[in-house]
Design a protein around this ligand. Structure first.
Ligand code: 13P
Length: 263
């Protein structure tokens, strides 16, 4: 595979936490903390995924103060407009300067019955509107027991990428369901094994060049104490952080993992 450098991405999925006022305070403090620590955002990209109702506030702050933090939505409708009560169009996210959108998070799959086909349609919607989908895949504890770690996420990604437009960027997030919110992260070796298999799926569906350029994140109980181990792996290009992304110092420390690689 061609040698390319992939800019690591440390992303915070806030889930249903922090209202629009809290989001402003958080993003402001996060930027100050990282800037004070001379964080190079070109070297390690930092993004947050606040609730929809926060996005306008975050956009106004980021654009107004020219902050280097990126942001995106936690979900997107497969439809562009119309009679879909409660859904959010990719056009609206793009109009708020979102760069990214999470699709297929396991909580959407589990609580909202989203299928791999639904997620493929959302990937397609994201690309129609110039958004980069962060496609989440991952196995449950039962899947792990029955099929091992790679089979289910590989199958999920193959279908989801069916919605991708060739030449448009995707980010993949491997999030084992059993590791989410459990305090029990995967080992970096196991995560690497699955991320390598996921990169092969990107190659199969979108080609070798896309596979070499695509960032694959690990998610599930990531914290400052374990991030460096994941980032040492060849096929892990960042993290999708849940709980720890709501703790300012902890999240800033995760973004600065290069300072504690080797510790
Ligand atoms: P935790 O970091 O809280 O385990 O959540 C991971 C996650 O679901 C991020 O999308």
């Amino acid at each position: 595979m061609a040698a390319v450098t992939r800019t690591p991405l440390i992303a915070g999925n806030w889930k249903m936490n922090l209202d629009h006022l809290q989001s402003i305070a958080f993003v402001q403090k996060l930027s100050w903390t990282l800037s004070d620590a001379r964080h190079d955002f070109g070297d390690v990209e930092v993004a947050v995924f606040p609730p929809f109702t926060d996005l306008r506030s975050v956009q106004t702050l980021v654009n107004g103060d020219d902050l280097p933090v990126r942001f995106g939505g936690q979900d997107v409708s497969a439809h562009d407009e119309g009679a879909y009560t409660g859904e959010i169009s990719g056009a609206f996210l793009a109009a708020l300067d979102c760069r990214y959108v999470i699709v297929g998070h396991s909580e959407r799959r589990q609580y909202h019955g989203e299928s791999d086909e639904d997620i493929a349609a959302k990937v397609s919607a994201a690309h129609r509107h110039g958004l980069v989908p962060v496609v989440c895949v991952g196995e449950t504890a039962e899947d792990l027991e029955q099929h091992g770690p790679s089979a289910v996420p590989v199958a999920q990604l193959r279908v989801a990428l069916g919605g991708a437009r060739k030449g448009s960027e995707v980010v993949v997030a491997y999030e084992p369901v059993w590791a989410i919110g459990s305090g029990q992260a995967a080992t970096s070796e196991q995560a690497q094994q699955v991320c390598q298999a996921l990169r092969a799926v990107v190659a199969e569906v979108l080609g070798d060049e896309a596979a070499a350029a695509t960032r694959i994140l690990y998610g599930g109980s990531v914290k400052a104490a374990n991030i460096a181990g994941f980032m040492r792996e060849a096929d892990i290009d960042g993290a999708l952080v849940g709980g720890a992304s709501l703790q300012l110092e902890e999240f800033a420390s995760i973004a600065r993992y290069q300072k504690h690689v080797g510790t």
